[in-house]
Design a binder for this molecule. Structure first.
Ligand code: NOJ
Length: 708
């Protein structure tokens, strides 16, 4: 349809029909409960008190899946829709739809936008094949507190990395061609705007109170960067921000998102969040809650019905809101039109089977899994010698197929490769035994084992939405297991699975090698086996620091300087009962390869607004391992008007390094990238020295003088 036709359609709509477009319901409202097809991603809502007629005006559906079901819902709906405006179907496929890839926190450890983009592209193909046109992803909430269960859905503690990976994911979903969503593409919904990752004390749905300097300098940056890829939708967050529920915040949703960040797409509330304006105590009743959300500019209300029930009264009382309503409806009709729904509201049911779980997607899921793992420690245990005869796998993740991770959409355990299966396939000449508990393992098998792979971590269902924890240490029985194996003097390596960084201080001394695998999706077992055998080389680097103990959280590499920096003195910024710093910091990750940096040079000693400076270096792989290397460049600004972080990431690059090769890497350093947001909310850099560091962030590699 042309723009004009869309306008005409809008003009023919009644007020109720317009309000319907602004409402999203789950599938059972349209075609009754259809077993197994709905993925529940939120609490059941009490009776929404909607008439059949009202349901017949609704604009979009959440959580339904499979081409057959979606066609059925669409058909039934269109039969009763007066103007035959097709429904839009939305879903949460945050790391795959049916082919499951590593969780986003794992993917971020690859530091690789291309990988993230391809994961999103495969996911979009499967979603579209199943009849879904909008994906509630990516989530670029900045996360610093691993008590928060949702860190698994995020890209870690750095704002630049989170923003760039979010942008890559949007590109992968939308497959834009000439400003339109491409074939097999879906509309991306960037979430959760804003600062949801900073919920107080890591407790889900809690409030957020922060300075605007902190907000614009860090928490808002990942959304701002990701918005460059033009996601068609943004989801507002559950939390309140500086005293306002975000769903009712004109400041965040209008002044910041629309005016400052120039977002032109659709804003959707989170699940039931319009109604929650009332439970947050900021509205007296549902009507007032709907009014506040309207005024803030929330276009679609997700799975509650306040817009439909009270919208007419609200907009009839305000001309401004009538204009806004028309604009909101037009945004929704435009998206439906751009997705081609008016021409063909149905999906080809035969094609679905061909497009789900393609060989290519599965092969890529394995590659992404390999690149998401991080080798945290290795006292010459890994890789295992190819000639080992007896491998014993122990611990809670030895045999399980539950390795996909939370939010696994339509992924299936039976299509997931367990560690035991992966190890058996990779080490075909070895005898492989697997037991979840030490007591189950016969003594002679234990004795005979040349290597023990001891699995540790947290079950997948302990992270994700609504799964915050006060204790992120390893369960007592797992700590005991580590100690027992250590005491026996056997050669062993630990393999960790979790949806969040865990606090491992109590066991780390006893562990000679530790590969952290997060949750890796369908190909978990194969990917881990390849890394353990040396067929693949670990190349992931942490994007979220691992604390020593829970009490250190929130913990992140770019904390603000203190007047009393942490040192041996008790009058310094430290805890009395814990060593200084994280157990493993942001950026940490070992390799089997021997990688050497040389010839590190700056093209100039001073930097100005006009003059960029090149930092160049040579990186050599002195080993037989085919690997990838992420080079991380940090800066610190030792003297500034407002307090700045001890260290900040300026940029990073990822390169491939085949065996015995050398590559040159060049960073273009710009003054603009070194600036910070001051207390007046201006972006500034005062003249003076800037120190530069690489990778571990501890050894200075040079200085630049900024001249304004
Ligand atoms: C609530 C979650 O916060 C959000 O991330 C998700 O997209 C919606 N539910 C829909 O499932």
């Amino acid at each position: 349809m042309e723009k004009e036709q869309l306008r005409e359609l809008l003009n023919r709509m009644t007020l109720d029909e317009k309000l319907g477009q602004l409402t999203q319901l789950t599938g059972e409202h349209f075609a009754g409960k259809i077993d197994d097809e709905m993925v529940e991603t939120g609490p059941a809502m009490e009776d929404l008190d909607l008439s059949e007629e009202q349901v017949g005006t609704v604009g979009s559906v959440l959580g339904s899946s499979s081409a057959k079901v979606i066609n059925l819902i669409q058909e039934k709906y269109l039969e009763r829709s007066r103007l035959k405006i097709p429904l839009l179907f939305m879903h949460d496929a945050i790391h795959g739809y049916r082919t499951i890839f590593p969780i986003p926190l794992g993917l971020s450890c690859s530091w690789d936008s291309e990988i993230v983009k391809k994961v999103a592209a495969y996911t979009a193909t499967e979603l579209r094949a199943a009849g879904i046109q909008v994906n509630f992803s990516p989530m670029t909430d900045l996360v610093r507190d691993s008590r928060w269960g949702r860190v698994m859905e995020a890209f870690g503690e750095d704002h630049i990395l989170s923003g760039r990976l979010g942008k890559a994911m949007i590109d992968g979903y939308q497959k834009e061609v000439n400003g339109r969503i491409g074939e097999h593409g879906v509309a991306a919904c960037l979430k959760h705007f804003a600062a949801y990752g900073a919920v107080h004390a890591g407790k889900d749905y809690a409030s957020v109170d922060m300075s605007l300097r902190e907000f614009f300098g860090y928490y808002a940056r990942p959304y701002e960067i990701a918005l460059e890829a033009k996601p068609r939708m943004v989801m507002s967050s559950f939390n309140s921000f500086n005293g306002e529920p975000v769903t009712a915040s004109k400041y965040l949703l209008k002044e910041v998102l629309r005016d400052k960040f120039q977002f032109e797409g659709i804003v959707i509330s989170d699940w039931g969040a319009v109604a929650e304006i009332k439970s947050a105590g900021v509205a007296e009743n549902d009507k007032e809650a709907a009014t506040e959300a309207f005024k803030a500019g929330v276009d679609i209300e997700m799975v509650s019905s306040n817009y439909l029930r009270h919208g007419a009264d609200i907009v009839n009382a305000s001309e401004e809101l009538q204009t806004w309503l028309d604009a909101a409806v037009l945004r929704i009709l435009t998206l439906k039109n751009n997705l081609g729904l008016f021409e063909n509201p149905y999906v080809n049911e035969e094609e679905e089977a061909v497009l789900l779980r393609s060989e290519e997607a599965i092969a890529f899921a394995k590659q992404a899994a390999v690149e998401s793992c991080v080798l945290l420690k290795n006292e010459k245990v890994l890789p295992i010698n190819a000639s080992v005869k007896n491998i014993l796998i122990l611990g809670p993740f030895a045999k399980t197929k539950e390795l996909m991770g939370g939010w696994s959409c339509k992924g299936r355990f039976e299509e997931t490769i367990s560690l035991e299966e992966g190890i058996r396939t990779t080490f075909q000449a070895a005898k492989v035994n697997a037991y979840e508990k030490l007591e189950e393992c016969p003594a002679d098998l234990y004795e005979k084992a040349d290597i023990i792979l001891l699995t540790i971590g947290e079950p997948w269902y302990q992270s994700g939405e609504g799964h915050s924890s006060t204790n992120i240490e390893l369960a007592a029985e797992q700590q005991e297991l580590v100690r027992e194996v250590k005491k026996s003097g056997k050669n062993f390596a630990c393999i960790g699975f979790s949806g969040r960084p865990l606090a491992l201080e109590s066991v780390i001394e006893d562990i000679p090698a530790l590969l952290w695998c997060w949750y890796l999706g369908n190909c978990a077992g194969t990917a881990v086996a390849e890394l353990i055998s040396g067929a693949a080389t670990p190349s992931g680097k942490l994007t979220m620091s691992f604390p020593r103990v829970t009490g250190q959280t929130p913990l992140y590499y770019n904390e603000y300087r203190s007047g009393k920096p942490a040192n041996d003195s008790s009058y310094s910024s430290r805890y009395q009962d814990c060593e200084i710093g994280p157990l493993y910091s942001f950026g940490h990750g070992l390799s089997y390869a021997d990688i050497e940096y040389s010839n590190i040079q700056l093209s100039a000693a001073t930097i100005t607004e006009q003059r960029t400076v090149q930092l160049s270096m040579e990186i050599t792989n002195n080993s037989e391992y085919d690997t990838k290397e992420t080079v991380i460049l940090y800066m610190d600004d030792p003297v500034s008007k407002n307090v700045r972080p001890v260290k900040e990431m300026l940029d990073y690059q990822r390169i491939t390094l085949p065996p015995y090769t050398k590559k040159k890497v060049v960073f273009d350093i710009k003054a603009e990238d070194m600036k910070y947001i001051n207390n007046q909310l201006e972006k500034v850099l005062e003249p003076g020295e800037i120190n530069l560091y690489l990778n571990d962030g501890k050894t200075p590699i040079g200085k630049l003088i900024y001249v304004s």
